[in-house]
Design a protein around this ligand. Structure first.
Ligand SMILES: [Zn+2]
Length: 105
């Protein structure tokens, strides 16, 4: 449009790309997987672990898409162990699988 200088948005949502479907979504809507500095891959429920992160939607399809084709491994630059994938699928189930839309607000 014509407004040349509009003020910065006060709250900018950090957007991250889902490895499964490629959608950009606010960070807090995605599940974060982190390679921590020791080299271990962890599911980051708190969103606060330091390290190299990758993101997937809380959806089994996206998780499968990210695990398949080794997108997750490439993003993290290390192999992702099965137990991490298990933990991820549990996180997916907890976040989105059961209740549809967030009911607690
Ligand atoms: Zn996705």
């Amino acid at each position: 449009m014509t407004k040349a200088s509009r003020p910065r948005r006060p709250k900018r949502q950090p957007l991250r790309t889902c490895l499964g479907c490629g959608a950009k979504r606010p960070k807090k809507e995605l599940i974060r997987v982190v390679r921590v500095p020791s080299g271990t891959v962890r599911v980051d429920a708190s969103g606060r672990l330091a390290g190299r992160g990758a993101y997937v939607c809380p959806s089994e399809e996206c998780l499968r898409g990210a695990a398949k084709g080794r997108k997750l491994e490439r993003a993290l630059e290390v192999p992702v162990p099965d137990d991490v994938l298990d933990e991820l699928s549990r996180a997916v189930a907890a976040a989105g699988g059961a209740g549809g839309d967030g009911s607690t607000r």
